[in-house]
Structures are given as structure tokens and as C-alpha cells.
Write a protein that binds this ligand. Sequence first.
Ligand SMILES: NC(=O)c1ccc[n+]([C@@H]2O[C@H](COP(=O)([O-])OP(=O)(O)OC[C@H]3O[C@@H](n4cnc5c(N)ncnc54)[C@H](O)[C@@H]3O)[C@@H](O)[C@H]2O)c1
Length: 266
Amino acid sequence: MDASPPPAGLPGARLFDVTGDVVIVTGGGNGIGAVYSRRLAEAGARIVVADIDRNAAEAVAGKVREAGGMALAVAVDIADESAATSMAAAAEAEFGRIDALVNNAGLMSELGRRAWHEIDVAEWDRVMAVNLRGLFLCCRAVYPYMRRQGRGKIVNISSGRVFEGTPYRLHYTTSKAGVVGFTRALAREVGGDNICVNAVAPGLTLSGAQATTSPPEYVLDYDRGRSLRRSQYPDDLVGAVVFLVSRASDFITGQTLNVDGGHAMH
Ligand SMILES: NC(=O)c1ccc[n+]([C@@H]2O[C@H](COP(=O)([O-])OP(=O)(O)OC[C@H]3O[C@@H](n4cnc5c(N)ncnc54)[C@H](O)[C@@H]3O)[C@@H](O)[C@H]2O)c1
């Protein structure tokens, strides 16, 4: 146990300052991940846009650079061990460090909504491979760099479905529940390295693909159940992610922050 005096604390103005931080955003090429990438860059972070969709990653990194920010595009299938390792190595080679990893990539919008007993076994396995093994591999890939630096921030993207038991994508909901358990257990394992691991659970968010594939009546019904009575958009999630990347959350770990306009209460 550390018996040292309490840390001095940062000046208030620097608490949420992510200037110069190197942040990897997986799935950063499309949807909500593209918004995390752009907004974190606007806040001054240096961004690694990592996505299986190379063109999308390059387009987002290009937009960040055009706007005066710093960004690197990396093509990666996070379910692949060597690709995840190369992603972290590329980030370090370009920017010299890795301060944060936002584990946002996931299989969701391309999955049909169907009864649990109609889910194909191969699709079940691929969802677990991307949404859980990918999470594990990306964390493992950045760990040596964060440990060496003596600090790091990992933000895992779960889903409000976990708290609501939302049906018809059973593999997806199960994988996102796994993200919560993973977050808690990993937080305990890497706390001694001063690495914080937290999760964000978005509610139904009208991101690119989700906006076009969600039946309008489903969206309307969900929106009626929010305390804040409107639809949710990717920008609604940015504040929580910036907070969990920033120094303002330095003593918070193992937690899951629900961001859904007050739909599920957890
Ligand atoms: N949109 C919502 O309503 C909602 C709600 C809760 C949680 N989420 C979660 O938020 C995250 C982003 O959601 P979104 O709506 O932007 O989804 P999206 O499908 O639009 O984007 C997912 C991104 O991940 C990338 N990706 C997929 N497989 C990959 C792989 N193997 N390796 C690397 N990249 C890969 C895709 O290319 C894409 O850029 C996901 O984890 C999703 O599960 C979304």
C-alpha cells in the first residue's frame, strides 16, 4: 500500500486538457468513432484512427489534419493478434507514446435483429471475436507502452442494452455485457501500473449506420423512454469519453458510465 501524501492535484484549467495526448480510437473511421476522433483532435489530442475500413480511417485522419490537428490512419482487424500489435507499434512509431485507447470498434449495425435461436453459429463466433477478443488484443497491445509511461487510460465501449436486456441481437448484447466484466477485472489487474480502465454504455445512438438501419418506430419508442426527451447522437457521447481520457478521471477505474439521456438507470 502506498503511504505517500495525497497528490497535489492539477490546476482546474488543466483537468480536462488532453492537449498532446496520443489516443487510439478503434473503429474510428465511421459512425460514433469518427466523431470521437474528430472531437478529441479538436480538443488537442493526437489521434490514431484505427479501422478495418482503411479508406474510412484515412478519410477521417485526413480531415483532422486539414483542420490543423494531428492524426495517423491505421488499417487493422482488431480480432487479429498481430494486427492489433502492429497498430500499437505504429502509434508509438509515429507519436512516441500511447496515452489512451478508446475501444470503440464493434460489430453491431451489420447484424440483423432476429430471434436468439435463429442466430448463425459463425456469426455468433465473429461477434465474440471482434467485440471481446478484439478488446482483449487491443488492451494487451497497448499495455507495454502504458506500463512504461506509468499511466494510461482505456475506455471500452459497452451498450445500454446490457442494463435493459434488449432482445434480438443476443450475441451482441452478450458481448457488450462481457465488456463490463472485462472492464472491472482488468481495472484491478492494471491499477498498480496507474492505468485506468472504464466503460461507456451508449443508449440507442443515431450514428451513420444505426440511423439508417433502425426502424423509425423502434427509435421513437426508445426516445419516449428517455428522461431527456430526444434522440441521441454521437456528439452526446463525446463528453464522457473526453472525461475518461483526461486527468479529471484519474481516480476513477472499473466503472461503466451510462450515457443515454436517462433511459436505463444504473
Ligand atoms: N449506435 C448505437 O446505437 C450504439 C449503442 C450502443 C453501443 N454502440 C457501440 O458503439 C460503437 C460504435 O458504434 P457505431 O454505431 O458507430 O457503429 P458502426 O458500425 O457505425 O461503426 C463501427 C466501426 O468499427 C469498425 N470495425 C468493425 N469491425 C472491425 C474490426 N474487426 N476491426 C477494426 N474495426 C472494425 C467499422 O469499420 C466501423 O468503422 C460500437 O462498439 C457499438 O457497439 C453503439
